[in-house]
Write a protein that binds this ligand. Structure first.
Ligand SMILES: [Fe+2]
Ligand SMILES: [Fe+2]
Length: 157
């Protein structure tokens, strides 16, 4: 699969989980825990494959995107720390829903910037064959990616 199509599919999967979370009732603690755990795993793996495979390749193919890439890494940094906090937070805690809401705001903003502001430039610079080859590398990286948000590269800095 084309690398950008693959990443957008991930974005859609996460958005679906966000909508499920928003629809869950105030007292649906077990459901919200389950959804949050899936969000944590999806976003951790997604951040790893972007940071280790897609972002460096994008920057190399389209040097004009460098500032966007750097900003995206800083946004990942905030997101993965929030994921780590959510992993250890009781869904009954009064801060749980608020933390999830801020996560969703941050991720929606981040995804919009990726898809609108700089993925199109990468698509243009790379062309179809390179995107297909990169998609395969992303797929393979998913298999081995950590599931621990604090082991995502951007968590460290
Ligand atoms: Fe990202
Ligand atoms: Fe992304």
């Amino acid at each position: 699969m084309d690398a950008i199509v693959l990443l957008k599919e991930d974005h859609k999967t996460v958005e679906k989980l966000f909508k499920e979370f928003e629809k869950a009732g105030d007292r649906a603690h077990a459901t919200k825990r389950r959804i949050a755990d899936r969000v944590i795993e999806e976003l951790t793996v997604h951040a790893v494959i972007e940071e280790e495979v897609f972002y460096p390749a994008a920057r190399e193919a389209a040097p004009g995107t460098a500032d966007h890439v750097l900003e995206s890494v800083e946004e990942h940094h905030v997101v993965v720390w929030t994921l780590a906090e959510l992993a250890g937070l009781d869904p009954h805690d009064e801060r749980f829903d608020a933390k999830m809401t801020v996560l969703m705001e941050n991720v929606r903003h981040h995804v919009e910037e990726e898809e609108r502001d700089w993925f199109p430039e990468v698509r243009k610079a790379m062309g179809r064959n390179r995107l297909l080859e990169l998609g395969e590398r992303l797929e393979a990286a998913k298999e081995t990616a950590t599931r621990d948000p604090l082991k995502v590269p951007s968590a460290a800095k």
